[in-house]
Write a protein that binds this ligand. Structure first.
Ligand code: HEM
Length: 461
């Protein structure tokens, strides 16, 4: 060993340790079975930086509260970028860029355009209308005496809700195609859990063509009424209006070729995230003793008063919101966020190299007793003012972290609350069998297995 090398080794931090695994398969089995648990285990054993091998590929991971906080710091913003993680999706849509794939000033500008349309502002004055949409969806897909496949029924409900937020009506005849397109996109292009050749399958190609048709139709519908749309008062404008106006004003920032992706983007962002989260909430509320009773008492009291008051709505549902937050802690749909290192940096005492793809395990603290005493226990009172366990630094990240934190968060929170409040108000549900333990899936989105069903015993209201 040369002198130079010795000196170099003494001063340079070590590379992140490799997580022990099988030859060839590496850590694939454990990872595929339960990514959240796998990240927690690695974090406990190796600390906040480690490397994982899956089928000959190496993935660098940084995890825990440190990693979650890092994403929001100046250094984090300088060291991490999102382009590579999402570029395959941009290419698939023939677009020039998308919100999740850009960083820095460009990202700020795009987020500014879409902020209002993705926030709860977009349904201001329309909560009672959203409740009607939700009720119709419940009456259609959750009939007395039937066993309902929960994730699928929720996917249909979300499309009803998002379609209404965006365009005033649900694109029902496209639901199946939207679901199929998203399934392939997430599995192959975003989470890369399935091989690339799948994008050549006829089922996908047909569904994608239909999704593009929907996007083109949304643009054409907007243009057919452009003058009226432009004249709408600000509080009636939707994401579609904001994007189309930005396109008119600055076609370089929002070019024609990006419009289809921008129109259909909310479905890509909202469908599986909300469907898997709501499905998991159905399970936890029915499963853990005492929760359903508390939730029903609250929603019965609220809806007995007639149409909801928007300023009071979220505040009048502490038990339900506790159940939602607790479910998102234990069943996060995004276990890790994917980024690329823009330069060499040191994290957790380990050297991270420029160009490496990095998995940021932001959900790890959700499972740590240090933050959530008795972390395995489902406890909806963790989020009260007195306890506020989620307010500890880096402890709670169901909507991601840093500059790309879910732009739809405030809208999603209201949608989740409306959906769950109406479901438990209207329906008398039970698990099948009654002591059912949840089966989960990891692809395309971690959440309840598609086979998860509940029985509708009857209607309460
Ligand atoms: C339970 C519901 C939801 C969860 C848990 C969730 C979670 C997330 C997470 C973890 C990210 C960050 C991804 C990353 O950093 O790589 C994200 C981004 C995003 N989400 Fe959500 N999401 C939800 C619902 C929605 C809904 C309903 C919409 C809109 C219709 C939406 C729109 C977006 C957008 C536009 C981004 C990209 C933000 C950016 O790149 O700047 N999300 N979401």
């Amino acid at each position: 060993m040369g002198v130079m090398e010795t000196v170099g080794n003494a001063s340079a931090p070590p590379r992140p340790p490799f997580v022990r695994g099988l030859p060839l398969l590496g850590n694939m089995l454990e990872f595929a079975k339960d990514p959240a648990l796998f990240f927690v285990k690695c974090y406990r054993e190796y600390g906040p930086a480690f490397r994982v091998r899956v089928l000959g590929n190496t993935y660098t991971c940084i995890a825990g509260a440190e990693a979650a906080s890092f994403m929001g710091t100046r250094e984090g913003k300088e060291c991490l970028r999102s382009r590579e993680a999402w570029q395959p999706l941009v290419d698939e849509f023939g677009a020039s860029k998308m919100l999740t794939a850009v960083d820095g000033e460009l990202h700020k500008a795009m987020r500014g355009i879409m902020k209002r349309g993705f926030s709860k502002e977009s349904i201001k004055g329309r909560y009672n209308f959203m409740i009607d949409i939700t009720d119709k969806s419940i009456e259609r897909d959750w009939q007395t005496g039937t066993q309902v496949p929960v994730v699928q029924a929720m996917q249909y409900m979300v499309v009803d809700q998002l379609g209404t937020v965006l365009t005033g009506s649900a694109p029902r005849e496209y639901v199946k195609d939207i679901r199929t397109t998203i399934l392939y996109i997430l599995n192959v292009l975003v989470t890369r859990q399935r091989p690339k050749f799948m994008m050549k399958m006829p089922e996908y190609k047909r569904a994608k063509a239909r999704m593009f048709e929907l996007g083109r139709k949304m643009v054409a519908d907007y243009r057919a009424h452009e003058a009226e749309n432009l004249a709408k008062p600000d509080d009636q404008k939707t994401l579609i209006d904001d994007v189309m106006e930005a396109h008119r004003e600055d076609p370089e920032l929002i070019p024609e070729r990006d419009l289809i992706m921008l129109m259909t983007g909310p479905y890509v962002a909202g469908l599986d995230t909300v469907a898997n989260t709501t499905a998991a909430i159905v399970y936890t509320v029915l499963k853990y003793p005492g929760v359903l009773e508390r939730v029903q008492k609250e929603v019965d009291a609220l809806f007995a008063k007639g149409p909801v008051n928007e300023d009071e709505f979220m505040k009048s549902l502490p038990a339900l919101n506790g159940a939602i937050m607790e479910t998102m802690r234990l069943h996060p749909i995004a276990v890790a966020q994917i980024r690329t290192a823009t330069k060499d940096f040191v994290f957790g005492g380990c050297q991270i190299k420029q160009g490496e793809m990095i998995y940021l395990g932001t959900a790890v603290p959700h499972f740590q007793d240090e933050f959530y005493p008795n972390a395995d226990k489902f406890d909806i009172d963790r989020y009260t003012k007195e306890r506020a366990e989620h307010m500890q630094v880096g402890a709670y990240s169901p909507y991601g972290r840093g500059p790309h934190t879910c732009l739809g968060k405030s809208l999603a929170e209201v949608l989740l609350a409306i959906t769950m409040a109406r479901l438990f108000y209207k329906l008398d549900l039970e698990l099948v069998p009654k002591d059912y333990t949840l089966k989960t899936k990891t692809a395309p989105t971690p959440g309840p297995a598609m086979s998860f069903k509940v029985r509708v015993k009857g209607y309460r209201h």
